[in-house]
Design a protein around this ligand. Structure first.
Ligand SMILES: C[S@@+](CC[C@H](N)C(=O)[O-])C[C@H]1O[C@@H](n2cnc3c(N)ncnc32)[C@H](O)[C@@H]1O
Length: 211
């Protein structure tokens, strides 16, 4: 049987759906100093490697491991990269709650997109002053907002797949619940989804303020 396109999973879930989110990583790169990023729960979303030279991906799903095992993935990243350096790409087939052997306090960026409470499970790998980018699909941005180890510094909004805007304005107008509910870590862990705020940007940006 003929092998299918090695990039099929990336194309199906990202490029074919106008969902590469290249504009998000480009905007982060323009605003912050980022060389290395950790992406737990990445599945096959390799777009950050087009913008940042050093990426570590983590996922417990075996299909993700098979995807990253293919030499064509790094070759493809090399054709798309926007920087001079050689890309480095590491994939760990692991539960991100377990120790997957990366150095603590070492990454410039921690990426949390539709994959659970990464702000908590993988905070130890982010260096002090490093950036957490999180959407609130599973409540992870709400979780980071409650965490004194993070400072809420900006929001981002998608204009198109290649254009995202980062705003640092009126930050006190976010994370305001529509109902009078006390949001706690225990509550977020119980519901495991985003909650209804008066404003809903595409996602949120935090800085790790403690090591
Ligand atoms: C909905 S997909 C999101 C993929 C990607 N982040 C994106 O935005 O397109 C969620 C992924 O997170 C992974 N995941 C969820 N919990 C995980 C855990 N505790 N450890 C490792 N991977 C996990 C799943 O295996 C799945 O591939």
């Amino acid at each position: 049987m003929k092998n299918q396109d090695p990039l099929a999973a990336y194309n199906k879930y990202h490029s074919d759906r106008d969902n590469e989110r290249i504009g998000l990583f480009t905007a982060l790169n323009e605003k912050y100093s980022i060389e290395s990023a950790l992406y737990p729960g990445s599945f096959t979303h390799i777009t950050p490697s087009f913008v940042f030279p050093h990426l570590v991906y983590v996922d417990s799903y075996k299909a993700a491991g098979k995807f990253f095992d293919q030499t064509e993935v790094l070759e493809y990243i090399t054709t798309r990269k926007k920087y001079e350096k050689e890309p480095t790409v590491t994939f760990h087939l692991s539960d991100y709650y377990k120790d997957f052997g990366e150095q603590k306090d070492s990454f410039d960026l921690l990426i949390s997109q539709y994959a659970g409470f990464i702000s908590q499970a993988c905070k130890k790998y982010l260096k002090k002053g490093g950036i957490l980018v999180a959407n609130n699909s599973h409540g992870d941005a709400s979780m980071a907002f409650l965490d004194p180890d993070y400072e809420f510094v900006a929001v981002y909004n998608r204009k198109s797949d290649d254009k995202y805007a980062i705003s640092e304005k009126n930050l006190n107008s976010y994370f305001i619940h529509k109902k009078q509910v006390k949001i706690t870590k225990a509550y977020l862990e119980k519901i495991q989804r985003g909650i209804g705020y008066t404003q809903s940007p595409s996602g949120y940006i935090f800085k790790k303020v403690k090591s």
